[in-house]
Design a protein around this ligand. Structure first.
Ligand SMILES: C[S@@+](CC[C@H](N)C(=O)[O-])C[C@H]1O[C@@H](n2cnc3c(N)ncnc32)[C@H](O)[C@@H]1O
Length: 402
């Protein structure tokens, strides 16, 4: 734990991940007293690049007395999966719901002047907007004036279209400051003062044809770290040789299942699946799907259906992927698509996915910010982060009020 310096305003970070949000605030002139995450790789990355004030651990198990007091801003992007307003126990089944309450607990106990919470856009539509309303009310009930905005990162000079919700609250009677957007379409007649969006090309061109490698290397004067990439980019895939009508096949299977006496649940159990078989027999067909050829053969033995659709279901051929339709490719002349935690996009050169470093650049992490962990973990840490430059702008706006 660090000691609060007298001059600088200070923050505590919850759910800090690899530290995008925290780093932005640090750059804006905040002293980070304490931070927390329970993901070991993220904590390693954070400690290496930002500071060893980060504590590895589950926030639900950390009592407030172990967190410093007298800081100015609490930061945290609490995960919001599984929220339910209707459930009076607030979805006790889903532990992640507690995480929002953790932020509330620490605000209650420490009473910082401001807090900033970042979240995915989906938070706004959860339970028809009741979830965000509940959250705002809960923050208001403990003495905060709360506002939220959906910010598009590219509007703030980030080379990425990334929409996220930012909730800001303060208990010192101020207007909650959100940064003013500065970037937009070139030659926007309605906003002639805006600077043009920053394109992927502008920030990534220098790496476009640079071989990926595990170790850091020199490129001109720069040292390039983490220029590693997944290479599962193929322009061929196995697709069905014949045209199939999914509606017909699902109905056909449904009839045979009924006649056989096998329940959908039993079939799932037989295959070791959880909910797959349900889709094979679905009458509404909106979420129906045809079994893959191997499953089809097993199912045929179970339900003893005839050969009517065998050929259509089991015969495959290699087809060419139409890239633009099946895999997103990073926009080159515009800000990139959103960098997500699940899997990076195909690089415009189509030979590989975006490298870890390229994703980091699109999230405005500095070049010397080095990520720790296996490649999937690094991609995840970056995709989860708040773009550093956007965090800086939010931090800067709040600092003016302190
Ligand atoms: C969306 S990420 C936050 C990213 C971060 N704000 C940034 O800008 O880099 C959410 C983080 O919450 C962490 N987390 C989830 N549940 C947690 C818990 N119970 N205790 C501590 N951290 C947790 C995850 O490991 C993840 O790093």
């Amino acid at each position: 734990m660090k000691k609060s310096s007298e001059k600088q305003p200070s923050v505590v970070g919850l759910f800090s991940g690899c530290g995008g949000l925290d780093l932005g605030f640090k750059r804006a002139g905040f002293d980070i007293l304490w931070a927390n995450d329970f993901n070991a790789d993220s904590v390693k990355t954070y400690a290496r690049n930002i500071g060893d004030h980060i504590v590895l651990g589950d926030i639900t198990k950390i009592p407030s007395k172990e967190i410093p007091s007298n800081f100015d801003v609490l930061l945290g992007g609490f995960p919001c999966q599984g929220f339910s307003v209707a459930n009076t126990k607030r979805s006790m089944k889903d532990e992640r719901n507690y995480l929002y309450l953790e932020m509330l607990r620490i605000l209650k106990d420490k009473k910082p002047k401001f807090f900033v919470a970042e979240n995915v856009k989906g938070l706004l539509s959860l339970e028809k907007g009741n979830v965000i309303e509940m959250i705002l009310k809960d923050f208001e009930n403990i003495g905060y004036k709360v506002d939220y905005r959906l910010l598009m990162a590219s509007d703030y000079g980030i080379p990425q279209h990334r929409e996220r919700v930012f909730i800001i609250g303060n208990r010192i009677g101020k207007e909650n400051p959100f940064p003013k957007y500065s970037h937009g379409l070139k030659n926007d007649l309605f906003n002639p003062i805006l600077e043009p969006y920053i394109s992927t090309k502008e920030v990534l061109e220098h790496l476009a044809n640079v071989r990926t490698r595990d170790k850091p290397f020199k490129l001109g004067k720069k040292t390039i770290y983490n220029h590693v990439a997944r290479t599962n980019v193929s322009d061929k895939f196995w697709g069905r040789k014949h045209k199939v009508n999914q509606f017909d096949i699902c109905d056909y299977l449904k009839k045979w299942r009924k006649d056989s006496g096998w329940s959908t649940k039993k079939i799932d159990e037989y295959f070791g699946y959880a909910h797959t078989a349900g889709h094979w027999f679905r009458k509404d067909n909106n979420s129906g799907c045809i079994p893959n050829p191997d499953d089809w053969k097993v199912l045929k033995k179970l339900l003893k259906f005839d050969d009517k659709y065998d050929k259509q279901v089991t015969e495959l051929e290699q087809k060419t992927i139409v890239f633009e339709q099946s895999l997103r490719i990073n926009n080159w002349e515009e800000p990139s698509d959103t960098i997500t935690a699940t899997g990076p996009e195909i690089h415009p050169n189509r030979k590989r996915r975006m490298s870890v470093r390229e994703c980091a650049i699109l999230q405005t992490f500095p070049d010397d910010f080095v990520f720790e962990g296996a490649i999937g973990s690094m991609y995840k840490q970056i995709g989860n982060a708040v773009p550093v430059d956007l965090a800086y702008k939010i931090g800067f706006a709040i600092k003016q009020h302190l």
